[in-house]
Each structure stands twice: as C-alpha cells, then as structure tokens.
Design a protein around this ligand. Structure first.
Ligand code: GAL
Length: 358
C-alpha cells in the first residue's frame, strides 16, 4: 500500500500539483505553542515552476545526505527510503549521522562540499541553523534539498537552488484531535464535560512539535470542546522519555488523564508501556494518539492499544526529495515563496490500519 501511495504521489507531483507555499515560523527558540502563526493550516496548492523542466539527469552523480541523528525511529525509516531510491537510480550516496549536534553536522556539510558532491539532502539538527546552512551551500553552489525541519520562506529565498520537502505539521495535529473526536465519548471519558489531557512533546525547537502540540488541541476547541491540559513535557521524540513522562503523569494525575497526546509514535509506544503498567486500558479508560505510523504503532492501533496515529509518509517524502533534487540537478531554480513541497499526512484508525501494514 505504501508503495502505491508513493507511486500515486510521484504521479501527482509530476503534474505539479503538490507544491505549496512555505511560510512557517521555524526559527523561534522555544516559544509557547499557541504563539505560532496558523500559517500552515492547509497550504494552498500552487503550480510548481520546477515541474516544467522535464530533462533532469537520470542518476550517476554523488549525493551527500545529512541526517540529524540516526537514533530516531522515524528518520531511520526515512533515510533508508532515501538511500534505497537514490541507489536504485544509480547515485553514489553517503549518509551521515549528525548525532544531534549542529556543529558536527556543519563539519559534515563542509566535508561533502570539499568532496564536491553533486547535490546535498539535509535534515538540519537545529531549525535555528537554517540561515547558516543555506549560506554555506549557496556559497558552494550546491543544489540542496532540505527535509523534515522547515525553515521560513524568507530564509529559503536566499538561495534559488534550494527546496524544502516535508509535511504540513499543523495537519498532523488536526488529525490527532480528530481521532479523539471520533471516539464514542469524544475524549470525555468521565463525562464531566472537559477533555483532560497530557501532552508529550517532541523537541520544542522543532516546528513539527510546535504545530502538532497546538493543532491537536485546537481541533478539540474548534469543535466546541472544553479542554484541560494537566501537563506538557518535552520528550525529544524518544521512546524511553515517553515512557518516563507518562509514568510520572499517571502517578501524579491518575484517572484524571483521559487523553495522552504524543507528538510522535515512538513516544506513544513508550507511553503505552506506562499505561499498561498502571493497569489502564487504551480506548476503555484512556485514549492515546501518536504520529508517524511506525510499524510498531500500526500493530498497536490494530490491536486496540493505540487510539490512532497519523501516517508521516517517509517513502512519499523521500520520493519527493529525490525528485526535487533531480530537478535542481537539471537546472531548475526556485522562486521565493515557492520553495516548499508538501506531502500529505493520512489519518490512521483501527478501520483503515490494514491499508498501511506491510
Ligand atoms: C518528525 C517525526 C518525529 C521525528 C522528527 C525529527 O516529523 O514525526 O518522529 O522523527 O520528525 O525531526
């Protein structure tokens, strides 16, 4: 099914329908979620100028891929997809681990530049490093695709051989809220008229974490629901942190917790361990949602141990990233405001989970 989705995506992209305008505020260091502009609620489809240039070279070059850290469940799937696609097209690929250290990643980018790679695909460690990264690749004149951490449109406009491929994080947050609204009691398990939740956040510097945090709850309040946040804790996308945070919160708030929102699946799987240890039962006395559709999460959704998740389409994004890279290699340049390409998220429920399982 994923292959089918990716294929469908590739077709749509080649028609130039998927390019949207960027513009998320990705460079604030640790803002409260609510201060983010709702820029990304649903980026309008815009025509992609790149799509008009069909004669990109078919492989054969060298590509440097920088990943923020290898020890991240979703980015592992993503980088494996990238490598697979690039190698199948005949590119010589080197993928490096930034170890969550921006200084280290800067060195890796410089090394790739010294080695004269034909193109770079970069998953920045820090959104706040975007200016510096863009400056470096621009000075070297290397076509570059940024992935997973979106800079602002203004930052990207500094370099016309640069494009961002990712998803609209607000959409994944909205889908998480909708998953709760689709339950039989709409998240209000104890019937007191208030949805009481805890939020387990990713890295708060990351726009995905900020927008998922904001929009998951906004979906509830937009539906007229009253909500109460019992706690919000950063879990840095990490399974063990998800487990620890959920265990602490379950000990502190007990049955008051009706919903656990996790900014990603790895933390949700950790939270599930804590839920089970506390003797609670998902979908009976507590709801649990994540994002990514990791294989392990799909299994838990199928078994009723997670309320739902949201497909963060690694294969689709990797396909789009390579396609954009090839357009850049073919000489395409990008106009300011047209440098973000978005792949859709998909809501995953017990009803459709089978479609996403391999
Ligand atoms: C998100 C993803 C997380 C984590 C993060 C890294 O899109 O949902 O699981 O991989 O990217 O920046």
């Amino acid at each position: 099914m994923k292959k089918t989705l990716a294929l469908a995506l590739a077709v749509v992209m080649s028609l130039g329908l998927l390019a949207g305008c960027g513009g998320n505020n990705g460079n604030s260091s640790n803002p409260p979620a609510a201060s983010n502009p709702p820029a990304a609620s649903n980026p309008p489809a815009a025509s992609n100028p790149a799509a008009s240039i069909p004669d990109a070279p078919a492989g054969g070059g060298t590509v440097g891929v920088c990943i923020y850290k290898f020890d991240d469940a979703f980015m592992t799937t993503y980088r494996n997809s990238l490598q697979e696609i690039l190698e199948s097209k005949g590119y010589k690929v080197t993928v490096v681990d930034g170890n969550n250290d921006q200084a280290k990643q800067n060195e890796q980018i410089n090394t790739f530049i010294t080695q004269k790679v034909d193109a770079l695909i970069i998953n920045p460690v820090m959104t706040s490093a975007a200016d510096q990264i863009i400056d470096t690749v621009k000075n070297a004149g290397i076509p570059t695709v940024l992935i997973n951490r979106e800079p602002t449109a203004e930052q990207m406009s500094a370099y016309d051989k640069l494009v961002y491929v990712g998803c609209n994080a607000a959409q994944s947050g909205t889908f998480q809220g909708e998953l709760i609204l689709e339950t039989e009691n709409q998240g209000d398990i104890n019937g007191d008229g208030v949805i009481s939740y805890i939020m387990i956040q990713g890295d708060p510097e990351n726009i995905d974490a900020q927008l998922r945090t904001e929009y998951s709850v906004k979906a509830l309040t937009d539906a007229g629901k009253e909500v109460k946040q019992l706690n919000l804790t950063r879990g840095d996308w990490d399974r063990n942190r998800g487990q620890e945070i959920a265990a602490n919160d379950l000990a502190q708030f007990g049955d008051q917790i009706e919903v656990i929102f996790c900014n990603n699946d790895d933390m949700a799987i950790g939270a599930l361990q804590a839920i089970q240890t506390a003797g609670r039962k998902v979908n009976e006395d507590i709801y649990l949602v994540g994002v990514d559709a990791l294989d392990a999460a799909l299994t838990e959704v199928k078994n009723g141990n997670m309320t739902g998740t949201v497909l963060n389409d690694a294969m689709g994004q990797a396909t789009a990233a390579v396609e954009e890279m090839e357009k850049l290699l073919g000489g395409t340049t990008y106009a300011s405001g047209e440098q973000s390409v978005y792949v859709d998220y998909v809501k995953v429920t017990p009803e459709n989970v089978g479609d996403f399982m391999k």
